[in-house]
Ligand binder design. Structure first.
Ligand SMILES: [Zn+2]
Length: 554
């Protein structure tokens, strides 16, 4: 008792001290904290391959830390006003704590496409990404700095003095920034040339820059109408003689990677049901992006990755708009986070968890929900129908939530979103179980289409949006900048099933198509292949990107 009393009487006055400091000092403290505590990934990458015993390593490393500090200090000094300094820094510290958590745990880069993903995250997604395991990291990286920040009092100054001091501080910071860049320039510029993506590890400048890029691009696009694509699109001559309407299901998978796809020869049979169906399995398909926000608009665009221009793609109509103009009824059925602009202005059905309590938990539904009531959609349509099923697939990190118990065939599984707590085997088991379930859903879709064969010429095309890292080279999830992304993130499965009626009606040669399945293809081909298969005539169609082009009687 005496001791605690002693401590509290001695510490009491100390705790009541609220040091008065200037805004500039607070900004400097924050910048030092960012440089030293939040840039371990960047410094690791910058110093990779250097010897610890070499004095030049320390010189280079030291100059890098000064450069990082001065860069952030310079930016802060430009915007930080005394009256909002603590509030602004608080927001920045909290956001940085989240960013560093994902960067350190999953090897994530905060580039514009990653930020676009983050900004479009819905509640269900955010809930799955948040875990108790984050709390210690948040306490250290946000809690402690915030405690310090809110203990200090920021000095008031007259306007003239404040301006003079700020100008001086900016000049000094500028000089130190240029000086440190000068010291590291030769090595640093070489590094940047070879590993441009490294700049997205500079924290928090990375996510501030990326957020600004995304927001300016979005406002610019909001101001202009979508560019028309294929204004001349119409159904080809063969349509006048077709006895039955067509039902095409485009199943867009999520995070399924080619390496774990049973039909591709993976050591495990993760596609037992599709293996029993008469499908065309494409073994070498490259995704257009490493995240949904990039891949979805890109695969439905006419230009794809070959002449990639994100703004042009986002500002132009998609394959679905072209099909709609040609007279097809189009429907986007979504069990995920929307169509990313691909279906703007077209009919959308978002799976409603409240309608299917047996398939949904915590606002997330199993992909079986996509098939619920699909027969009514199909039969309601008088004519042709193109339905996109946007699956939840293998959406991570909670792979174990993507399948019902019956599909827990590979075990033990990783039953948490905190992948680092699991062994590699547990992660892969959960991931592969989710693939088994995708296999089941696709096979079930085919069985559904078989029932429709008498009424429709039916077909299914399945392709995943991007792959996934499951701990290879310390990487998890996806979203590594495309130029340096590993194959597991860019190679995806693609499967087609064409009914006999569809094959006959569109003059397709199955054995010729079979020969195409081992050739290298990409998301780039989707747009032109669908137009080709459905015999839509338009000037935007490019035959060389149509997988089926040589396999069709014309
Ligand atoms: Zn995705």
């Amino acid at each position: 008792m005496r001791l605690t009393h002693e401590i509290s009487t001695r510490l009491g006055p100390l705790l009541r001290i609220r040091p008065q400091v200037s805004t500039e000092v607070v900004a400097l403290a924050a910048s030092v904290f960012f440089a030293l505590a939040c840039n371990s990934q960047f410094l690791k990458a910058a110093l990779a391959g250097r010897l610890e015993s070499d004095p030049s390593t320390w010189m280079f490393g030291g100059a890098m830390v000064v450069m990082l500090t001065m860069l952030h200090l310079f930016l802060l000094l430009l915007v930080l006003h005394r009256s909002v300094a603590r509030e602004l820094l608080s927001v920045l510290l909290i956001a940085t704590a989240f960013a560093t958590y994902y960067m350190q745990r999953f090897g994530v880069f905060m580039d514009p496409s990653m930020l676009r993903n983050v900004l479009r995250t819905d509640v269900a997604e955010a809930r799955e990404l948040f875990s108790l395991g984050m709390v210690p990291h948040l306490v250290v990286f946000a809690g402690l700095p915030l405690l310090l920040l809110w203990r200090v009092q920021i000095k008031k100054r007259s306007l003239a003095r404040a301006l003079a001091l700020r100008t001086l501080a900016l000049m000094a910071t500028g000089v130190l920034l240029i000086g440190s860049v000068f010291v590291v320039y030769q090595d640093f510029s070489a590094l940047m040339r070879n590993q441009k993506e490294m700049r997205y590890l500079v924290t928090p400048a990375n996510f501030l820059y990326s957020t600004a890029r995304v927001l300016t691009a979005d406002t610019r696009q909001a101001a202009v109408a979508r560019l028309t694509v294929g204004a001349d699109a119409r159904q080809g001559a063969s349509w006048s003689a077709r006895p039955r309407p067509t039902l095409l299901v485009l199943a867009i998978g999520e995070t399924a990677r080619a390496a774990n796809w049973g039909l591709n020869g993976y050591v495990r049979q993760t596609t037992p049901e599709l293996a029993k169906q008469d499908v065309l399995n494409f073994t070498d398909v490259t995704a257009c992006g490493t995240n949904t926000e990039t891949s979805l608009p890109c695969m439905f665009s006419a230009v794809g990755r070959r002449s990639y221009d994100e703004e042009r793609i986002r500002g132009s109509e998609s394959l679905l708009h072209v099909l709609n103009r040609a007279g097809f009824q189009v429907l986007w059925r979504d069990n995920q986070s929307g169509c990313k602009g691909v279906c703007d202005g077209l009919p959308i059905q978002q799976i409603d968890p409240a309608q299917l309590p047996e398939l949904c938990v915590d606002g997330r539904c199993l992909d079986d929900a996509l098939l619920s009531g699909l027969d009514t959609v199909a039969r309601d349509a008088k004519g042709n129908l193109v339905v996109v099923l946007h699956m939840l697939g293998n959406h991570g990190p909670t792979y174990y939530k993507r399948y019902p118990d019956a599909f827990k065939r590979f075990s033990p599984t990783c039953d948490t979103g905190e992948l680092r707590k699991c062994t590699k085997d547990e992660i892969v088991n959960a991931y592969d179980n989710a693939l088994l379930y995708t296999d089941h859903i696709l096979s079930k879709t085919i069985n559904f289409l078989k029932q429709q064969e008498r009424t429709f010429d039916a077909a299914l095309m399945y392709v995943s949006d991007h792959g996934e890292s499951l701990g290879e080279s310390g990487l998890y999830l996806h979203g590594v900048p495309y130029a340096i992304a590993p194959d597991v993130q860019t190679k995806v499965p693609m499967v087609w099933w064409l009914s006999a009626g569809f094959t006959k009606s569109f003059g397709l040669d199955q054995s010729c198509l079979k020969k195409q399945t081992t050739k290298p293809w990409a998301h780039d081909e989707l747009f032109h292949t669908v137009l080709g298969l459905l015999q839509v005539q338009t000037s935007v169609y490019e035959r060389k990107f149509d997988i089926s082009a040589g396999c069709r009687a014309e």
